[in-house]
Design a protein around this ligand. Structure first.
Ligand code: SF4
Length: 223
């Protein structure tokens, strides 16, 4: 069994509640969505095929796992490689596994649920992605029960009242923290500070477990 991996690198987590921790990022190629705002390079150019043992050998020889808070499985959509992740994580010593997912593939997730310590689950807004994936997110979040999960919501000036309401309903239903993340245009935030505060307040009027955290790695100028 093999997976196509775009890149493997150490960096500082720049999003959500574990911001600032050093992570080893494993970026898988390919995604099942095609969001309008996607700026992630996950195509196959420059990628390599690994089997789980090769990947385990590589990260042990190239990185000092003692300095790493957790291994971040990212993409693209890492859950497209759930069987591979299952085998790979079986080989690892005790280290936290952080899953960064678009939160649409609940059946794939169930194959590796017991291997995951932290889930960063996107709730995609139709106004930002061009697709309505709320039902898939609902099913996915249901499958996360028992694993520490937060939801990341990337928004821009097009966010609607109905989207805010639906996000808060999901937050409430599953008792998870919502992390609002303003969309970036290159290295600057696409909306101004007043708009950010206004949106945060609109969420807080409906649900109190909400924070606004921009992409800190862009300000640090790290990957
Ligand atoms: S889910 Fe993430 S990686 Fe996939 S297209 Fe959307 S933004 Fe890009």
């Amino acid at each position: 069994m093999e997976a196509r991996i775009k890149e493997i690198f150490e960096s500082i987590q720049g999003e959500g509640p574990v911001v600032g921790y050093k992570q080893l990022f494993i970026r898988f190629c390919g995604c099942n969505l095609d969001c309008d705002y996607c700026d992630t390079d996950f195509d196959i150019s420059g990628s390599a095929l690994y089997d789980p043992k090769d990947l385990f050998t590589k990260i042990n020889s190239d990185f000092d796992l003692n300095k790493i808070h957790s291994i971040s499985l990212t993409g693209g959509e890492p859950l497209l490689n759930a069987d591979f992740i299952n085998e790979f994580t079986n080989l690892l010593p005790k280290i936290k596994i952080y899953l960064e997912t678009n939160a649409t593939l609940s059946e794939q997730f169930m194959k590796i649920k017991d291997k995951i310590d932290i889930i960063s689950a996107d709730i995609k807004l139709p106004s930002a992605t061009g697709k309505d994936t709320f039902e898939l997110h609902d099913r996915f979040l249901q499958s996360c029960a028992g694993v520490y999960t937060f939801a990341k919501i990337v928004f821009d000036s097009n966010i609607t009242e109905s989207e805010i309401k639906r996000c808060c309903q999901l937050g409430q239903k599953y008792g998870i923290e919502l992390i609002l993340q303003p969309k970036m245009d290159e290295n600057s935030i696409s909306v101004d500070n007043c708009f950010c505060e206004e949106i945060l307040d609109k969420f807080l009027n409906l649900y109190q477990n909400v924070r606004l955290i921009p992409q800190v790695h862009k300000f640090l100028n790290v990957r």
